[in-house]
Design a protein around this ligand. Structure first.
Ligand SMILES: [Cu+2]
Length: 166
């Protein structure tokens, strides 16, 4: 309940950073706050291993229109510790998912820890409405390039790439 007061993304990130080291056991909330409100990307540390965003917040649009289904930008470069907010613009449903077979083991484990509300391992929740968003922390992710995709639109080529630099 008390998370609802923090509406701003940076506020939520700071909140997590502030209390992340304290009580790690009691962080799992029964009601997932990210489901109902556009600004509710309050990260819910799953197994206590999630790494909070400490750097810049980037934005990637999720678009489906007459030109096709795509992430914009398709390639994005971030620094370790940065975060990406994926914003549903049009033409959904959209999500963000990674292929475990393409990831180094350490990156796979950290992404699983960092991704809130996974529908299945490494698959973010399905977003159904314009204006919804999904925030992913790249904190703790080793430098490298990692491809991701939209599950409903993979066959239509909706893929993106995140390059993490040191
Ligand atoms: Cu999509």
């Amino acid at each position: 309940m008390r998370f609802l007061g923090f509406a701003v993304v940076t506020g939520a990130a700071m909140l997590l950073g502030a209390c992340g080291g304290g009580d790690k056991a009691a962080e799992s909330t029964p009601d997932a706050p990210a489901m109902d409100a556009p600004m509710a990307e309050t990260p819910a540390p799953a197994a206590g291993a999630a790494a909070a965003i400490t750097g810049t917040m980037h934005e990637v649009k999720m678009i489906g229109d007459a030109s096709g289904y795509r992430y914009d930008p398709i390639d994005i470069s971030v620094k370790a510790g940065d975060g990406i907010k994926f914003v549903f613009v049009s033409g959904g449903p959209h999500n963000v998912a990674f292929d475990a077979t393409l990831l180094p083991a350490d990156v796979k484990a950290q992404l699983e820890a960092n991704m809130p509300n996974q529908a299945s391992p490494l698959m973010g929740p399905m977003m159904l409405a314009e204006g919804e968003d999904y925030t992913l922390s790249l904190a703790g992710i080793a430098p490298g390039s990692y491809e991701y995709f939209c599950t409903p639109h993979l066959a239509m080529g909706m893929k993106g790439k995140i390059t993490v630099t040191p």
